[in-house]
Write a protein that binds this ligand. Sequence first.
Ligand SMILES: C[S@@+](CC[C@H](N)C(=O)[O-])C[C@H]1O[C@@H](n2cnc3c(N)ncnc32)[C@H](O)[C@@H]1O
Length: 235
Amino acid sequence: MCSAWCTRKRVCDNVSHVEEPDPKALDQLFNRVLRTEDTVLTATRESADAAGMPAIEVSAQHGKLLYLLATVARATRVLEIGTLAGYSTIWLARALPPDGRLVSLEFDPKHADVARANIARAGLSAVVDVRVGRAIDLLPALDGGEPFDLVFIDADKPSTTEYFEWALKLTRPGGVIVVDNVVRNGEVVDPSGRDEAVEGMRRFLARLASEPRASGTVIQTVGAKGYDGFALIVL
Ligand SMILES: C[S@@+](CC[C@H](N)C(=O)[O-])C[C@H]1O[C@@H](n2cnc3c(N)ncnc32)[C@H](O)[C@@H]1O
């Protein structure tokens, strides 16, 4: 007999099976019960879909985690690498004071246009600066400015180590760096894997391990976005 929470209850009552929680259904439950996403965030996700952009934004629970991390860090300056439609951007920018600043770097001008419209709808245009170009070309312009309190790295995965180097340079001591998609469905454990993104993450982990200023952990995640994980680093 199924437990009350079993998401396969309708099809499996009276059938013997090993109960497996469904991470997507659980994410939906958390989103619903906690009312995690408001209409602005839902519209942001939907705008990406309508524009034919991939659904590769962070999940609602992950977005809320970014908001909470920026809040506990008392962040006033945030750098994001990889904007897409501005979903994580809006979560992070909402944690900032009115005079805060979030710089988000995006390669694709179409993504940047959609993001800017979403950021405007969220009432955050005065706080968020979306810059268009290859992040590796845009990052040097941020050198020498006020340091960032939090950096979120979520762009082309093979370049993660290069972005981490920049984050080390641009983040204040005690600041936070979050690197998304480190686990890559578990493939990062297989040293023979030749996927560029997986290799990029393995290279990043080795660099993190060798950095004396950084204290980091990798958290595996399941949920609406499948099986992955992120690195959380404090300098
Ligand atoms: C995973 S999506 C970002 C998702 C977003 N952080 C969110 O959670 O809502 C990655 C984004 O990085 C952008 N990107 C890819 N390569 C890039 C590069 N070299 N420089 C800057 N952005 C890049 C892609 O166009 C895409 O919009």
